[in-house]
Design a binder for this molecule. Structure first.
Ligand code: 13P
Length: 281
């Protein structure tokens, strides 16, 4: 059990046709809520933190906490750096023992994206860690600081990236967006199908918060194996803390328990939709 490579989890998900939740965490209570849901439902999971969130959850403090939780868990857990933006931070995560990293160079032309992914792949290889990269660009942003223009992934670029880097997972832009959707998401399943035909590598859906259950199922049926969820978990934690604040009796530790519960409820719901429950080996 415990700490495992992302590629091993995604391989099993591929064989058994389910999705693995990659849940973003920001503090100890969220980590505890995620692990609690995964253990209760006997589900493999990926714990992740995005580079833009590190000012709030410093890697040198929070990374070892994530890894300790993974090692103690009774289910398989991969520990992942989400949206890595520079080599130094990626190397720091790998030095700590993260089992995978994402390099996000998707805003660059495909040739430059590939060049950077190759560099990260070489580096991660010496740690036996896995690499995820992205083709195309999602609307919104991971920390709500910008609203990027949405650019669909081009299946021929997905193939090129895979063939030239042999990385372990590729994130697609098919109409999904980071943060809260401004209107109902309309995913382009045609792009997913065309990318799937071209590469054997597990595909990743970012922007999981706000996607309907039916679309999640269609994505999984179409070859999505890793599904990132962040905003929904943060909102759930915040909601339960607000409820705690209305209570007569105030004490810090009840608030801490509310945070754990907030993460737990969101993660449990997603694990059941992704059908990874009962899949921990
Ligand atoms: P959401 O915040 O929209 O769930 O997106 C999460 C994500 O894709 C992190 O990389």
């Amino acid at each position: 059990m415990s700490l495992i490579n992302m590629s091993a989890l995604l391989k099993e998900a591929e064989a058994d046709n389910y999705g693995v939740g990659a849940f973003s965490v920001a503090n100890m209570e969220m980590v505890m809520g995620v692990i609690k849901a995964a253990e209760e439902l006997k589900s493999p999971i990926i714990l992740q933190v995005a580079q833009v969130r590190l000012p709030f959850s410093p890697l040198s403090i929070f990374g070892p906490l994530m890894l300790a939780a993974a090692k103690e868990a009774t289910v398989p857990v991969a520990v992942h750096l989400d949206h890595g933006l520079d080599i130094n931070t990626i190397k720091h995560a790998l030095d700590l023992g993260f089992s995978s990293v994402m390099i996000d160079a998707s805003q660059l032309p495909i040739e430059e994206n590939i060049k950077i992914v190759k560099k990260v792949k070489d580096l991660a290889g010496s740690y036996e860690a896995d690499v995820e990269a992205e083709v195309g660009q999602l609307a919104g942003s991971e920390d709500d600081s910008a609203d990027h223009e949405m650019l669909y992934s081009r299946p021929e670029e997905v193939q090129k990236l895979y063939e030239e880097t042999k990385l372990e997972a590729i994130a697609l832009s098919i109409g999904n967006a980071h943060g809260l959707y401004k209107r109902e998401p309309r995913l382009n399943f045609e792009i997913l199908a065309r990318a799937r035909e071209r590469v054997p590598v597990p595909l990743v859906l970012h922007g999981g918060s706000g996607i309907s259950d039916e679309d999640f199922r269609r994505c999984i049926a179409g070859g999505i194996r890793k599904i990132n969820v962040a905003t929904d978990t943060f909102l759930s934690v915040e909601r339960l803390v607000r409820e705690y604040c209305k209570e007569e009796r105030k004490d810090y530790f009840r608030m801490s328990a509310a945070m754990v519960q907030g993460a737990y409820e969101s993660i449990k719901r997603h694990i059941l939709i992704f059908q990874s429950d009962g899949k921990a080996k």
